[in-house]
Design a protein around this ligand. Structure first.
Ligand SMILES: [Zn+2]
Length: 69
């Protein structure tokens, strides 16, 4: 995980909070010692579609979702 302050690629996780749909990690840069927070969202659990037409419907459905990234 890249430090947003100095760009150093080396950091340590100092705290992890597991929420229902995301994990929040507090990291400390190994270089400049600043702290920052990262959030990871879990993908919604889905059942893999068995038929091509179900897959197409799912793609249409997914395309309507707002992307956070
Ligand atoms: Zn840094």
């Amino acid at each position: 995980m890249k430090c947003p302050f100095c760009g150093c690629m080396s950091s340590s996780v100092v705290r992890t909070e597991k929420l229902t749909l995301e994990v929040i990690r507090v990291r400390q840069c190994d270089s400049c010692r600043n702290y920052w927070e990262t959030r990871e969202s879990f993908e919604r659990k889905v059942t893999p579609p068995q038929k091509a037409e179900e897959r197409i419907q799912m793609n249409l459905f997914e395309a309507g979702d707002d992307k956070e990234d």
